[in-house]
Structures are given as C-alpha cells and as structure tokens.
Design a protein around this ligand. Structure first.
Ligand code: ARG
Length: 565
C-alpha cells in the first residue's frame, strides 16, 4: 500500500478539478497529530505565483476533495491543508494487509537490473571495519531492492590483483616447505608484515618478488597457482565473516579485480578512440573539466590502476549485465575516485547516459574517543573477533532462566549479530559512527534489542490468546488511528529508503512503530478482563500486523527475530 501516493493523487485531482496548475505536488506526513495525518502545503507557493490569497486557493482545493479515503480536511494558518484519513478506509486497507503474505507490498512495475557492489575486501589483508560497514549496508540495500521486485546483482569486487601479490606469493613459496599453507595464512595481517620485512631486508628476495609480479601478471602457471591458493584461503577468511554475520554473499557473487585484467588494454583503447586520453609525465590519463588532477589510467611503466579496473567493471556492468543502476557501497573517502570514474565512463560512452551510477558513501567507524576503530595496541580489529565479542556480550543480557544451553547460544547469536548490524544501520550512513558496546546492547532507545523486545512482547500476547481470530479491525481511538496510519506507511518508507539508499529510514520507522505500539498497548489493553470480544480481535489484529511489519523490516536489515527473549 503506497499511502502517500494515494493522498498525493487525491490532492492532484482536486487541484485539477479546481483548475489550478500543480507543479511537483507533494503532501507530507504531519509531525503533530493536531494537524491531521497528512498536510498539503503547496497553496502558499501557488498563491505567490498566481498572485492570490493562499487560503483562497486552499478553499478551492478543499471544495473539490471528494474521496472515501479522507474523513476531514481543514485549512490552518497561512493556508496549510490538513488532512485526516477515514478510519473505515484505514481499517479496510489493513484488512488487505492481513490477508497478504507480503504485507501488501507490491512488486515494482518497472523492474530494473541493479548492481550492488559491496564488501570488496582486499585479499592481501584481513577485512577491516570499513569492509564491515560496506558488507552490512550493501547486504541490506540488496535485500531491500530485491523485496521491491528488482533484479539485484550482488558483486563482490575483491582486491586480488596488484604488485603486492608478487611479494606475497614469493614468500608463500618460501614457507611452503615449513608449514601447511593454511597455517601460514592463518593471520593475513601477520603474514603481510613478515613478507614485507623479508622484502625490505633481503635484496635477492625483493628481486624475486618483482620478477614474480611480472610472471604472474603475464600468466606464468607456477605463479598463478601460488596466487590462486593464496586468494582461495584469503577468501575463506572472508566467508567465515559472511557466514557468521549471515550475509548473503557467496562465491558466485565474487567478481574480482583480476577478472577484468584482460579488458584493461581495451579500456585504454576506448578512451583513446573517444579522444579522452592525454599523456602526462609518461602516464596515460584523462583530464576532467574543472579538475586539475587527472585520472591516471596507465602508469609510465605500463601498469594499470584501481581506476582502470573500475572503468572495465563499469563497462562490463553496462554491456553484459545491462545494469540501469549501479550502487557502490564504499567508504566516503573514495568519493573523488568514484566521481572521476563515473564521469570518465559516461564521457567515453562505456556506460549509457541514463544509467544511474551512485556512490553510496559511508563514514568511518570510530571508537569512544572519536578515533578510527582499532584494537588496544593500535592494530586492526579482526572482524571475526568483533563479531564473537558481540555474541558473548549478547549472552550476558539474556535473562530467561528456563532456556537450554543450546537455545541460549542460538539467541545470543541472533541478538549479538542483530545488535551489531542495527547499530550500524540506524545511523545516517554518511556520518562517522561511534562504536559503543553498551549503547548497542541496550534495551532502551532505537536499538536492536528494543525492537526484538517489542516483537517478542507482541508474540507473547498473541500466544496467550486462545480463541479464534475471526473479526475485523475497528479503529476506535486516536492512538489506534495513529498506529494504523503508521502501519500503512511501511511501503512508502521502503521506497524512500531504496531510492536514497538509506537503511536508517527503515530503522527510524521501525522505532517509531514500536514506540507507538507500546503506547497503544498501554492505552488499549488487549487480553484484560472486560475487553469485549470484537474490540479484543481488532486490537489483536493491529498487534499482529505490527509484529509482522517489525519482522519484515528487520529481515530486510538481515536481522532475525525471536519469538521469546
Ligand atoms: N577493495 C576496495 C577497498 O578495500 C573496495 C572495492 C570497492 N568497489 C569498487 N568497485 N571499487 O578499498
């Protein structure tokens, strides 16, 4: 149910019928209930243009509104049109939602091919918190767009190519006789450090490493074999993180930097044929308008760069995947890179003009002191350790003494991982985000636990009722009215969140919904003695839709719900 668009079209029609031009009409949800459910505030702007009085325009509009959806309209202040929805209509719409397993959420009519490029860890190193944010936000966006009916193509653009691999495989080869390769690569960070140390201190080794770069890049089978094994184990580390976090990325979604290698010379040719290529100090680059620093695409020694691979990837996404929207869920610090790559790809006709290329930037994860998140000794936090700690801490918050050990473990996992994801998704993604265990695992405020608790509480009410669910919703009070409008607003919130790639719209909505429900439950007891059967059923149905909405909303965020906490 697209609530806002329904109201939009009623007002549009009224304007049309009143012979008033209506560019970009939009109604908004009100923040205060005394202003109704929705408000149209275009009369002031229109009056200015038409040189009349806004209240007069508002009066004309109101005279034309004639719809069963709307119960009451009022003009307020300078010419605001306040709109109250009909309780009967709200109840009718909610009844449709109850019957629909998809909560009445319609699939989009114009299905798009949407690439979501997320996670993108580098194979030479351990995944870091920046990749954690990309993974969590990207997975949510992919889930959301899929739910709305788009054809989503998840792409994990892993960094598995580059000169550092010469050094790494040369070192791996050296160690091979001493230990199993898995054992050697247990800690990638450590392995990298040791290889680097060896590279810096031993000239013969450094020569070999350099030789291996050229050898594996030009297809030497021995080097490629070493490299493949290195990547395979490195990927296993990432998969461990995905699995623990219940992220939907699989090996099939990996489209590595190396896979574009063969395309790179033709990227340069294409740029050349489009007359975009310049030579600067021996390097091939593209100058952008109003930008002094060019985008380098090939170094003077012939080597290609991160940007060249991204151009190839875009070309592939346009030509082969036929993407019409490409989302890059990557750290905000790569903003300039994407601006340049997007511009060049379009200027070079590698991507059609109408394809939407979007950098879904996110801020840095900070510690309490406002510094980038690191371990106590300044090292990078191993993600797997961070996830495990979330689960252990979640276990400490669990109270139910009746639980078996197994179910405690199970619950702690759902709560811990849910809390980690929710804390990240509930902040405006563009801001830096301060990581705080206590806030993350608090039962108060806009947290995963508050949502889990609200959901479990409704489930317990539904369990305690042992009668039949036969009857209708009847909206009897202001709070029930408000809860109903909010429930029907879900689909619009999902669309807004998908259009702007803002998962925090969903968490804010869920939080508002859960708080409203708590208020409703206080004012409208459900199972209490003395509540009539019809009222009881109506309230139970409202509770059920609330729970289903919370469950669906959390599922989009990749968070499971518990029937009992
Ligand atoms: N590997 C990159 C990094 O760690 C992220 C890749 C993002 N995707 C892309 N198409 N550039 O910074």
């Amino acid at each position: 149910m697209k609530l806002k668009s329904t109201i939009d079209s009623i007002i549009s029609k009224a304007l049309l019928d009143a012979n008033i031009p209506n560019p970009n009409l939009s109604v908004t949800k009100t923040t205060k209930k005394e202003f109704g459910d929705f408000q149209y505030n275009g009369a002031m702007g229109l009056a200015k243009k038409l040189q009349t009085n806004p209240r007069e325009i508002a009066t004309k509009i109101i005279a034309e509104i004639n719809s069963a959806v709307i119960e009451k309209v009022e003009i307020a202040g300078a010419g605001f049109v306040n709109i109250w929805l009909s309780k009967e209509w709200l109840a009718q719409e909610l009844a449709l939602i109850i019957k629909d397993e998809n909560l009445g959420i319609q699939k989009v009519k114009s299905k798009k091919n949407i690439v979501v490029d997320y996670s993108g860890p580098n194979m030479a190193k351990e995944m870091h918190v920046g990749h954690l944010r990309s993974t969590i936000i990207g997975d949510t966006l992919a889930n959301l767009l899929e739910l709305l009916g788009h054809n989503v193509i998840r792409q994990n653009h892993i960094g598995d190519w580059g000169t550092q691999f010469g050094m790494l495989i040369a070192y791996l080869e050296e160690l091979e006789s001493t230990n199993s390769i898995k054992e050697n690569l247990k800690d990638l960070e450590e392995f990298y450090k040791l290889a680097k140390k060896r590279f810096d201190s031993d000239a013969a080794f450094a020569d070999k490493a350099r030789e291996y770069v050229t050898m594996f890049q030009s297809g030497n089978e021995h080097c490629l074999e070493l490299w493949r094994r290195f990547i395979d184990i490195s990927l296993e580390h990432c998969e461990e993180v995905y699995e623990r976090l219940e992220i939907k990325l699989t090996r099939d979604d990996v489209k590595a930097e190396s896979s574009y290698n063969a395309m790179l010379p033709s990227v340069i040719e294409k740029l050349d044929s489009e007359s975009l290529l310049s030579l600067s100090e021996g390097a091939k680059c593209v100058f952008l308008p109003q930008n002094e620093i060019p985008l380098i695409v090939q170094k003077s020694d012939g080597g290609y760069l991160y940007a060249t691979t991204d151009l190839a990837a875009l070309w592939y996404r346009d030509q082969d995947l036929k993407a019409t929207r490409v989302l890059y869920v990557v750290d905000a610090r790569q903003g300039e890179h994407f601006k340049q790559v997007f511009w060049v790809a379009k200027a070079a006709n590698m991507v059609q003009e109408d394809v939407s290329l979007e950098h879904i930037a996110f801020g840095t994860m900070m510690n309490e002191q406002g510094k980038p998140f690191k371990t106590r000794d300044g090292g990078t936090f191993k993600l797997i350790d961070l996830i495990d700690e979330a689960i252990v801490r979640a276990k400490n918050t669990l109270k139910d003494k009746d639980d078996t050990q197994e179910s405690i473990e199970q619950k702690a996992k759902i709560i811990g991982i849910g809390a980690l994801k929710y804390a990240d998704l509930s902040v405006n993604r563009e801001s830096n985000y301060i990581f705080n265990w206590d806030r993350m695992l608090s039962f108060e405020g806009n947290t995963a636990l508050y949502m889990q608790y609200a959901y479990a509480r409704i489930q317990s009410i539904l369990r305690r009722y042992d009668g039949l669910f036969e009857g209708d919703i009847k909206i009897e009070s202001d709070i029930e009215h408000e809860l109903s409008v909010t429930l029907l607003d879900f689909e619009d919130v999902l669309h807004k969140s998908a259009n702007e790639c803002m998962p925090s719209y969903i968490t804010s909505y869920l939080y508002e919904l859960a708080t409203l429900f708590m208020r409703f439950y206080e004012q409208s007891p459900i199972l209490k003695e003395g509540v009539g059967q019809e009222t009881k059923i109506s309230r139970l149905l409202l509770a059920k839709i609330t729970a289903d909405t919370i469950k669906q909303g959390l599922a989009i965020l990749g968070i499971k719900t518990l029937e009992k906490i």
